[in-house]
Design a protein around this ligand. Structure first.
Ligand code: PYC
Length: 335
């Protein structure tokens, strides 16, 4: 990492979206230069990984925090460019982070109630901000790449799921289809669905699936790594359609219903004819927080729309003290 960041101060605004934190870097980010947002993502990954770690990893952060670095957009119709990252590297897109960024820019007075666009590494996304805590965003085109893909998972046997793109690559599995040995997760036990008491079990299952996909060379389009695993169960609240558990690339689970994961789910429902334009899908997270999803079709392509709320939790300055042996964060063990 460039020496100019050592000892520098980084201003951040923290928020959470349905329980999942986002840390937006407001001042003190490295200059990623020009080029496409995808090129800048590569530059960020290759040249500024220590900065990423300093911002989101312990001791300042945790495995759960998703960072958002804002920069000049490439597309002039956008108010900001944004690169999302987590405990192990850059993400392609982040739905809960998009909602968090909208509320953060509103909190700062940089955007007002209305429609705005953000330039991301996978293309522009459009948000509708309600001027307080609510954001709806139209994601990039989302689609299912493979249906009923089987993978032999150590300790679980054959697991069947769909591969779908929602701005990140997902493997989506109906928890009820998992082996009976994981009964608590498959049928939800006494509560009827999985919950916070099942986190270790869910994490173990999802991580095994992720490793099996990798070992078997199963990818998304163009070899895209499937680094998000999404398990589905019955909703805890009958007003909702489904509950999910999403394991993110750095082995942390999403506390929110996951914006890109809900987009991937909408793609599967849409392609199965189970969700039509105008229908609303209420996706519940493992915490019970909810995103509302719907779809529209443009030029034959399905565009998901996700609605959620975020709340600001901190406005802070991170101090990268040159004498601190952990100033660049403690590297996650799950890269
Ligand atoms: O909301 O898309 C999302 C997301 C991805 C990783 C964590 N949250």
């Amino acid at each position: 990492m460039s020496e100019s960041f050592v000892g520098s101060r980084v201003r951040v605004i923290d928020s959470h979206t349905g329980g999942e934190p986002t840390r937006v870097v407001i001042e003190g980010a490295p200059d990623l230069g020009s080029g496409s947002m995808a090129d800048r993502r590569i530059r960020f990954r290759d040249l500024f990984d220590s900065f990423r770690s300093a911002v989101v990893n312990e001791p300042r952060g945790s495995d759960v925090i998703v960072g958002a670095l804002i920069c000049e957009p490439v597309d002039p119709s956008c108010v900001a460019g944004v690169l999302f990252f987590n405990n192990v590297g850059p993400l392609w897109m982040c739905g809960h982070g998009t909602i968090g960024l909208g509320v953060t820019l509103g909190h700062l007075g940089r955007i007002g109630k209305g429609t705005h666009r953000f330039d991301t590494a996978v293309g522009p996304v459009t948000i509708d901000y309600d001027g307080a805590n609510g954001v709806s965003f139209e994601n990039v085109h989302s689609y299912r790449f493979a249906k009923n893909m089987s993978v032999d998972v150590e300790g679980l046997g054959m697991v069947v799921g769909d591969i779908a793109w929602g701005g990140n690559w997902f493997f989506l599995v109906d928890a009820a289809s998992l082996p009976a040995s994981r009964r608590r997760v498959t049928d939800g036990g006494a509560t009827g669905t999985f919950g916070l008491g099942d986190i270790e079990e869910l994490t173990d299952i999802a991580w095994r699936i992720r490793q099996a996909l990798e070992q078997n060379g199963i990818t998304g389009a163009d070899g895209g790594e499937i680094d998000h695993i999404e398990l589905f169960g019955l909703p805890g609240d009958p007003k909702n359609h489904s509950r999910n558990f999403v394991l993110c690339p750095g082995r942390a689970y999403d506390r929110s219903p996951c914006g890109t994961g809900t987009s991937a789910k909408l793609a599967c429902l849409f392609e199965d004819g189970k969700l039509k334009p105008g229908d609303v899908w209420r996706q519940e997270s493992i915490l019970g927080s909810v995103f509302e999803g719907s779809v529209r079709v443009e030029g034959g392509k399905m565009i998901p729309r996700i609605t959620g709320t975020a709340h600001i939790t901190a406005d802070a300055t991170l101090i990268l003290d040159p004498s601190d042996p952990f100033r660049m964060g403690i590297r996650s063990q799950h890269s």
